[in-house]
Structures are given as C-alpha cells and as structure tokens.
Design a protein around this ligand. Structure first.
Ligand code: SF4
Length: 467
C-alpha cells in the first residue's frame, strides 16, 4: 500500500510541485515511511525525496526549487525492499527516452524472475524494490518511444501495479489488468471558463477533492492513459478477463471520503457495520469504534441495532497507523502511545468495539486491555471483515502467514488471546453483500485464499534480493 499522484498542466497553468504536495498530503494514510516527487519544467526533471511524512519532507523552499507544471509524487509504505531512502520513490532513470521518473503502488509477484533476467542482460539496480524492475524494463526497450516501451514492459509484469510515469513532456498512468490497486483520473478546471488547466492521476479520489479537482473516472484495469500537449489518450494494453479489485481498500486502506468503483468508502463501511450487526446480535450499552478506521462501520452497527454510538477511545493523531509500521516493536509501542480510553463512556458499561480487521492481534489486545482498565463491564469485539487467514502478495505487508493470528488460532482462541468477552467476525458473504460488488470482480484472497494472480513463493523469502 502506497499512494501515487501525478499532474499534467499546460505551461504556466499550475504549480505542479505545490499541488503534488497537497495531493500527497491527502494520500498520507497510504504510506508514511517516505515521500517524494519528481517535477518537470518541460526541459528537465528534478527529484526530491526523503524518509518521513510529506510535511517533514517538503517545505516552501524545497517546493520553490521544483518549478514546472508536470509532476508525479509518492508516499511509501514498504512491501518489498527495506524501509530506507534508497527505496524511496519516485525512481528516476536516464535512458534512451531521456529522464523518466516512476512511482508505483502495488507488488509485482514476478519481480525476482524479471530482475534476474535483467541483471543477466546487464541491467544495474540501485534499490531493492520491485518498482525498479519496471523502470529497467521500460529502459530496455531502447528503440521504442516511452508509450510503446511502457506497454511492452507492462505485458511482462505480474501482480499488482498502479503506476504513474513522468517524462519531460508527458504523464502516463496505468493499472494492472486485474485492477487490484486503485487509480483515478481527475481534472482541474479554470473556474470561470471551465477550461482544463490540468489532468490529475491519484490513488484515491480524496486527493482530487483536496485540490478542488473534478473526478472524471477511474483508470480501468489494463488501461494506460497518456497525457501530453496533444491531450489525453486511453490505450487498452490488456484484455479484461476478470477484475480483482482489493476488497481491503473498502475495509481499511482507503480514506472514508474516497469513492472506489463509484461507491463511497464511508457508506460501504456503514453497510458493513449493519450487516455485521445482523449476523451476530448483541445486548450492550454502547457501540464504540476502534479509531479511526472502525468509525464508519461502528456508525452502521449502531444505527442497525439502536445501541448508542459513542467515542470511547481517543487516538493521538500524531502517531502513525500501527498496521503500516514495519517493525513489530514499533507497532506495539505505537498502539500504546496512540490510544486513550474515555472513561465516562466506558465505566460500568457493556461495550461493543468495532474494528476493521485483526491482522496480528496486537492492537486488539491492547485496546481490550485499555477498555477493561477504564472500567468496561463487558467488551464485545466485532470485526468488520472475515478472519484474515492468508498473506497478501499484492502490496500489503503481511507476507508471512505466521504473523496472521487467524491463520494459527480459532476465533475462540483469538477472543481469549485479546481478552474480549465475545468476538465476532463478518462473514465473507456478508462482506460481499455490503460492498455490493460481485465477488468475481474483487480480490478477497486474504480471506479465502483464492489468489487472482499466481504467486511465486520466492517473493516471500527473506534472503531474496527483493525482500
Ligand atoms: S489479498 Fe487481501 S489485501 Fe491483498 S489485494 Fe487481495 S484483498 Fe487486498
């Protein structure tokens, strides 16, 4: 899970660096390890990236040093490759097509095989990310223009990718044939005339609304959009056999104000909460969310049951999302720092807590303990997704099955492990009903083990060069 952003404006129409900065701000929840952008002034590309949050990586002086009306940006959460500056994106390469920058959200399941092949052909790698394979593949088609080379490269890729690519005078966006990760297209209009000032690509529509841009549509699975002075062109580089949009985007990753496949994430999460309430009725005094990703589902649960909705846990917003920090110690420490109970809501009450998921179980156990310490009479843990049983190989940092508590414990054991009075998971059927998208258009592999793209085991080996 990373966030990507791209903007193409006519010369002098927009300050691409400052709009990319705002776009990355809106996508910050998708990755907090590093942030970066590459900007073109029409002649050359300039790059700035560092470890840390967007606000720490960029300031006014840096933005002012990045003039131009074309840019791409990236916020990173590592899935392959260590969490270090060498793996921060965008990646910038100089090849027969001039300077080319690339930012990637997703995970290539054949990255290691491709990297071996490229290395044998003489390619040199400077990072340990799978994304560098893509830029090397593009560079390898030396006689083709960027557009053709990108299509030829895309045909070699397996796994998930939402890519934004920047050249001196061109912005390209593409999505893998299954559409596992999201990418949408928007337009920034001149207020008075409605003339298009810039086209924007972003992982989530919340980055468009942040800029006052209009949502046009999603980039389709297997589609590449090319934006240059001639306008916007769409090219289908892969036929659509089936789709496999990540259902977890609805459950956890995406921001509630985002629209995915025409559905508002907040509304989907409320529907999930209502279905969950119907599947396992409970007698309780108050419904509280695990902040903040359980909020929408808890609202739906409370509305369906008539049990009052309250805020019972306060999140310190200055601590990152625990799930996406890579080291276990950081996760545990993060949970303790970030959560505080509201005692007046909790004391003496039978409390229903709605959480989006249980991946490792760390957060749930700490949360239940905090609620008991605050005087909860009963704690009923309701999970707005099915048991997370299988590792994700398409861009989520849960690639070791042993880390998934549901893969090695029954729900009853997990209930005891986290210290709740009861524990209820949403059924997969209930999830699909709430999302309202046919199952064959979604990836739900972490719940049902049905991987839409064959997975190479070596992507998971710690000693692998891409680990
Ligand atoms: S395995 Fe799960 S988290 Fe990974 S892409 Fe599929 S639904 Fe999303």
């Amino acid at each position: 899970m990373c966030g990507v952003f791209g903007i193409f404006g006519g010369p002098g129409e927009v300050n691409a660096a400052s709009l990319t900065y705002m776009g990355l701000y809106a996508l910050q929840h998708r990755g907090q390890e590093s942030a970066g952008m590459a900007v073109s002034d029409g002649d050359s590309l300039q790059l700035h990236k560092e470890m840390g949050l967007t606000a720490n990586v960029f300031d006014e002086e840096i933005i002012n040093r990045l003039p131009g009306s074309l840019a791409i940006g990236h916020v990173r959460y590592s899935t392959t490759g260590e969490s270090s500056i060498i793996n921060a994106q965008p990646l910038l390469a100089h090849c027969s097509k001039g300077a080319v920058a690339l930012a990637h959200n997703g995970n290539l399941t054949n990255a290691q095989e491709l990297r071996r092949e490229l290395e044998l052909g003489g390619s040199v790698f400077q990072t340990t990310t799978d994304s560098e394979v893509v830029i090397n593949l593009i560079a390898r088609f030396g006689k083709d223009d960027l557009q053709t080379a990108t299509i030829r490269a895309a045909k070699r890729l397996r796994g998930s990718y939402a890519l934004v690519i920047l050249a001196r005078d061109k912005l390209i966006g593409l999505r893998d044939p299954l559409g596992i990760r999201p990418l949408c297209l928007g337009r920034l209009a001149d207020g008075a005339a409605g003339r298009t000032k810039a086209y924007i690509l972003a992982s989530e529509s919340c980055a468009l609304s942040n800029l006052g841009a209009e949502f046009l549509r999603e980039v389709e699975p297997g589609e590449m959009v090319v934006i240059d002075q001639a306008g916007l062109r769409s090219i289908k580089f892969a036929s659509r056999r089936r789709q496999a949009f990540c259902v977890f985007e609805y459950i956890y990753f995406a921001r509630p104000d985002t629209f995915l496949a025409g559905k508002n994430v907040h509304e989907v999460r409320k529907a999930i909460g209502a279905v969950l309430a119907g599947e396992a009725p409970v007698e309780a005094d108050v419904v509280i969310p695990a902040p903040d990703s359980g909020t929408s589902a808890a609202m739906g649960f409370a509305a369906a049951t008539g049990i009052p909705f309250e805020i019972g846990l306060i999140k310190n917003r200055y601590v990152g999302r625990t799930f996406i920090q890579p080291a276990q110690e950081a996760r545990e420490l993060g949970v303790r720092i970030k959560l505080n109970p509201v005692e007046s809501v909790i004391r003496g009450r039978r409390v229903v807590v709605i959480d989006d998921s249980i991946v490792r179980g760390t957060t749930s156990a700490t949360m239940v303990r905090l609620l008991r310490e605050a005087g909860a009479r009963e704690v009923h843990l309701y999970i707005a997704s099915p048991p997370y049983l299988h590792p994700c190989y398409y861009g989520i940092d849960t690639s070791q099955a042993g880390e998934l508590v549901a893969a090695t414990h029954t729900p009853a054991e997990i209930r005891d492990l986290v210290g709740a009075d009861t524990l209820h998971y949403l059924s997969l059927q209930g999830l699909l009903r709430a999302v309202g998208t046919p199952g064959q258009k979604l990836c739900a592999a972490c719940f049902n083990g049905k991987y839409p793209v064959p997975v190479q085991q070596e992507v998971n080996l710690p000693e692998a060069s891409l680990a």
